[in-house]
Design a protein around this ligand. Structure first.
Ligand code: C5P
Length: 224
């Protein structure tokens, strides 16, 4: 059976990562959460007080950053490592979430991340989720999905996720953040969030998680 690359793009919090992860598991493919990479860079910038308007400082910081994913068999999760430190918990918190879209809009950051992501998908057999996967990272991906869901549904799901991690965040704050990230992601010059013509649109507002996964798996089976 031939291996394909699957690109899953879409708005913040519509279930891209969980769907991509489940699809990858079912197909025996590698799952790559590119949002985690931008989040890890943001954490580094916050911890080292990097001024994102200072191109030299951003360049120097990027040279000192290495990002890696490791599978934790206990939690069954792919965990994100920044310079060999496990940052999986920290990058999901609101401190990083509030800043990540500004960092992800920087050209130098995107060029560095896109190169790494393309290298990860060279051998095919990858399910990658993000904002620019079908448009920039893998414009030749055999399957492209553009996921979305209503803001309210997305915010409620995000609130639950955070609650499960012990963080209580008001719905209003989450809605404001989702809308702000969507705005920045969709209007930036480099790799903006958009639905490319050959992507299949999937609105998950009314869908159960299992159905979301099955829908993408059905689409994938047609290409394999
Ligand atoms: O997917 P997630 O919500 O974790 O991504 C965090 C942020 O990283 C997004 O709001 C977006 O600004 C940025 N991002 C991006 N390009 C990607 C993936 C994420 O700009 N491919």
């Amino acid at each position: 059976m031939s291996k394909i690359n699957i690109a899953i793009d879409g708005h913040s919090g519509c279930g891209k990562s969980s769907t991509a992860k489940a699809v990858a598991k079912a197909l025996g493919y590698k799952f790559i959460d590119t949002g985690a990479m931008y989040r890890a860079i943001t954490l580094y910038f916050l911890e080292h007080d990097i001024d994102i308007t200072d191109e030299q400082a951003v360049k120097a910081a990027l040279e000192n950053i290495s990002i890696d994913f490791q599978h934790n068999p206990e939690s069954q999760k792919n965990e994100t490592f920044l310079n060999e430190q496990n940052v999986e918990e920290e990058i999901r918190g609101m401190r990083v979430t509030h800043k990540v879209s500004n960092v992800a809009a920087l050209k130098q950051v995107r060029v560095a991340m896109v190169a790494q992501q393309q290298a990860m998908g060279k051998e095919k057999g990858v399910v990658m989720d993000g904002r620019d996967i079908g448009s920039v990272v893998f414009p030749d991906a055999e399957l492209k999905v553009f996921m979305t869901a209503s803001t309210e549904v997305r915010a409620k799901r995000r609130q639950l996720e955070l609650r499960e991690k012990g963080q209580e965040v008001a719905l209003d704050e989450i809605i404001k953040n989702l809308e702000e990230r969507d705005r920045i992601d969709s209007t930036r010059e480099e790799g903006p969030l958009l639905k490319v013509a050959d992507a299949v649109a999937v609105d998950t507002s009314e869908m159960k998680f299992e159905d979301q996964v099955q829908k993408v798996l059905n689409l994938a089976q047609q290409k394999i």
